[in-house]
Design a protein around this ligand. Structure first.
Ligand SMILES: [Zn+2]
Length: 384
């Protein structure tokens, strides 16, 4: 074992210095691989299309506790607005500044150093520790966690519990664990009517009437009033486009796009059916042709509070004195794929600056998070 593995800050710096903007890896997973190999992990790399992924396991016994996350990062944005080079891993006034510091190279460094310390004290845990690390979380997520899980499962691997290290705390370490996420559906609506003169509407069919009628029905419908662990689902129209430069022409076409964030009262399929039904009724009512293009980017999921959430809450409270609340707010994450394999929850750094210019975390927080993860391992192998 080297000093680096025990020092999460040095590890986080090493990771940030690899500018792994999705889909590039540029050596980020090599840092993880080297550190885990030194700790006695069996490490395997998986390349799917242009994406590098990694699965590593220490031990062969059950249960298998998995740390999951990603080494890819979002683009820097306007470089002139950064106060430091985003890939230099600058340490300033107690902060580590750089792209990925919060989301989530700092979290991965904390995973590794926690594991290193735990294994030093417990060389033969009662089960296995594994790492599931992808390079495709910030992108389309087509060749990352989803395929990696399929591949390792086909090889006989089984995860029993999984902790994702996304930055889940809004303001301070100990605020929040995510034990579920809402699903997300995008829909493009294209209405085609018949173009004509505004003074002769009987000779035309205005697609905007049908579109307004449909959108009004959709957004006035109450999807639900919230279910266990979740706020109500919501539908938001995000754009309406006609682009008609004339004042005296009924246009032929009108389009709109909407997004639905939904809880476990719905599925992508049930919402797709509902949207298609409403579109058919509107077509009959207005005589215009309506085409829907629907993409479900993630299903909703909920991990019942239980062993896993309690261990993470207890570990956090032991280390920080603060007991994080369970929440299902925010966007989607790769936990949406993991939930099909084992109970999963998410807990990581403070996410206030994720994806922003000058993304940063307190170095102290990375150290404390590493202690929390170590306490999670301690507690897990005592109870499981
Ligand atoms: Zn992330």
């Amino acid at each position: 074992m080297t000093v680096t593995q025990l020092d999460p800050i040095a590890l986080a710096c090493d990771l940030i210095r690899k500018p792994s903007v999705t889909p590039a890896d540029l050596g980020a997973l090599d840092v993880v691989e080297r550190a885990l190999k030194d700790l006695g992990f069996q490490v395997k790399r998986y390349r799917f299309e242009d994406i590098d992924n990694l699965y590593a396991r220490h031990g062969t016994k059950s249960p298998n506790f998995c740390f999951a996350g990603h080494t890819d990062v979002v683009p820097t944005g306007d470089l002139t607005q950064w106060s430091v080079d985003p890939f230099e891993a600058a340490l300033r006034d107690g902060f580590l500044i750089g792209r990925g510091a919060a989301d989530m190279k700092g979290g991965i460094a904390a995973f590794i150093s926690a594991t290193a310390r735990y294994l030093t004290r417990n060389p033969n845990p009662k089960g296995s520790i594994s790492f599931l690390i992808t390079g495709d979380e910030e992108g389309l997520a087509l060749h990352g966690t989803k395929r990696l899980l399929e591949a390792i499962t086909a090889e006989g691997e089984r995860l029993d519990h999984c902790l994702v290290g996304e930055p889940t705390n809004p303001n301070a370490l100990g605020d929040m664990i995510k034990n579920g996420r809402r699903g997300s559906l995008n829909c493009t609506i294209q209405v085609t009517g018949v173009q004509g003169h505004v003074a002769y509407p009987h000779k035309a069919c205005n697609p905007i009437r049908a579109l307004i009628g449909l959108l009004s029905t959709l957004q006035n419908h109450c999807l639900d009033e919230g279910v266990e662990g979740f706020q109500p689902s919501n539908l938001e129209v995000v754009t309406l486009d006609v682009g008609n430069p004339a004042t005296n022409v009924i246009p032929e076409r009108a389009t709109a796009r909407l997004n639905i964030r939904f809880n476990t009262a719905h599925s992508g399929a049930s919402l797709t059916n509902w949207l298609q039904d409403q579109a058919s009724q509107t077509e009959r009512l207005y005589g215009a042709k309506i085409e829907l293009n629907i993409h479900v980017s993630g299903e909703a999921f909920f991990t019942q509070p239980g062993l896993l959430t309690q261990i993470v809450q207890d570990a956090c409270e032991t280390v920080t004195g603060r007991r994080p609340e369970l929440s299902t707010t925010g966007g989607t994450s790769d936990a949406r794929f993991i939930k099909d394999y084992c109970p999963v929850c998410e807990f990581g750094l403070v996410g206030a600056t994720m994806h922003q210019i000058n993304e940063r975390v307190q170095t102290r927080d990375i150290e404390i998070l590493s202690q929390i993860y170590e306490a999670v391992l301690e507690c897990y192998f005592k109870l499981a």
